[in-house]
Design a binder for this molecule. Structure first.
Ligand code: DC
Length: 229
């Protein structure tokens, strides 16, 4: 086996993919790439620049402006992960609001947006030693990843987790709103025409509805050991 692996963590929204992927990266000494943050960053740009206005996304305008959107990551040692920047402005906090969540599925269904971000992800991960979390990592971005995990959890458990996170940040979305957003995104992610969310044939399923992060890490380490045998 190569010594610097590519690890793909795909699955439904609010499953704790980022927390899990970040922990794996720390354990392995790898770089963690949150690909959902990149789709959120494009969505935030669209909101900030009037490309989403009165609840409507102007897809054509977004496609025309794609070359103006420069996304970058800078390591934040306090968080132990990279913060995302859009055209040089820190966007980490603002990409996780319910407003961005409500439009991100539509933005991520646009082929031109996916092409731009997938190319960036492939470039960032080209030397291995990376853990990427997303929806299409094991199927499209890195179909040859050595380890592929597909995460799922009960939708209400996921809504409660995301609701707590939002509350901690002072966002006053209700649990019902968050639940509806989780269910709507599951549906949109699985039914979009381009790169829909689906388990790669060789991915291992992890249902973490009732698992602690420590139990998930035990699961990963077993999987890793099996791959090394
Ligand atoms: O992981 P997340 O919830 O932050 O992702 C936000 C949205 O971005 C999600 O609704 C689907 C989309 N996404 C995608 O289409 N492909 C990816 N690789 C990652 C995210």
């Amino acid at each position: 086996m190569k010594n610097k692996l590519t690890i793909a963590v795909d699955g439904f929204s609010s499953c704790g993919k980022s927390t899990f992927a970040k922990k794996i990266a720390a354990q392995m000494g790898y770089v963690f790439i949150d690909t959902g943050a990149m789709y959120r960053a494009v969505t935030l740009y669209a909101i900030d620049n009037g490309i989403i206005a009165d609840g409507i996304l102007d897809q054509q305008q977004l496609i025309e402006r794609l070359d103006d959107i420069e996304i970058s990551f800078r390591y934040n040692k306090h968080r132990g992960a990279a913060d995302i920047y859009v055209n040089g402005d820190l966007a980490e906090g603002r990409i996780r609001t319910i407003e961005v969540s409500n439009y991100v599925s539509e933005v991520s269904s646009i082929g031109e947006v996916r092409r731009k971000l997938v190319a960036m992800q492939q470039q960032m991960g080209r030397d291995g030693g990376v853990v990427l979390d997303g929806r299409d990592i094991g199927t499209v971005v890195f179909p040859n990843a050595e380890i592929k995990i597909f995460m799922t959890a009960d939708p209400m458990v996921r809504a409660q987790r995301r609701y707590k996170e939002l509350q901690a940040k002072g966002d006053n979305a209700t649990l019902e709103e968050v639940y509806q957003n989780v269910v709507a995104r599951d549906e949109a992610d699985q039914s979009r025409a381009i790169s829909p969310l689906r388990k790669a044939d060789d991915a291992i399923v992890l249902d973490n509805s009732y698992m602690t992060v420590e139990e998930q890490m035990e699961f990963f380490l077993k999987l890793y050991q099996q791959q090394c045998e």
